[in-house]
Design a protein around this ligand. Structure first.
Ligand SMILES: [Zn+2]
Length: 97
């Protein structure tokens, strides 16, 4: 039964796409295994229930931004931070002695 409209018209979707899944979210794109934090399954499988009455994918929503969409930004910022820290440490050591 649909968790939004109560309809019994639920389509169960299951697809074993393994690592051939392509996901897009805003500017980010992920190719590979199914992301497990998007409410559509995970790993090898696309697996979700769709209400044919209201179009709601069954499950807990809203979900946070998918992890893959944050990885690029985080890595970029992280690298910048690390570089900055390394330079700071070098500077401090240099002036300390
Ligand atoms: Zn529904």
């Amino acid at each position: 039964m649909c968790d939004t409209c109560g309809s019994e018209r639920i389509l169960k979707v299951f697809g074993k796409c393994s690592d051939l899944c392509v996901l897009q979210f805003n500017e980010s794109e992920k190719e590979g295994y199914v992301a497990s934090d998007c409410g559509i399954g995970g790993g090898d499988d696309i697996d979700f229930d769709l209400c044919l009455e209201c179009g709601k994918v069954q499950g807990e929503f809203p979900l946070p931004d998918p992890e893959f969409s944050q990885e690029d930004e985080d890595d970029f910022l992280f690298d910048e931070d690390l570089t900055g820290e390394k330079f700071d440490i070098l500077d401090n050591e240099g002036t300390g002695c």
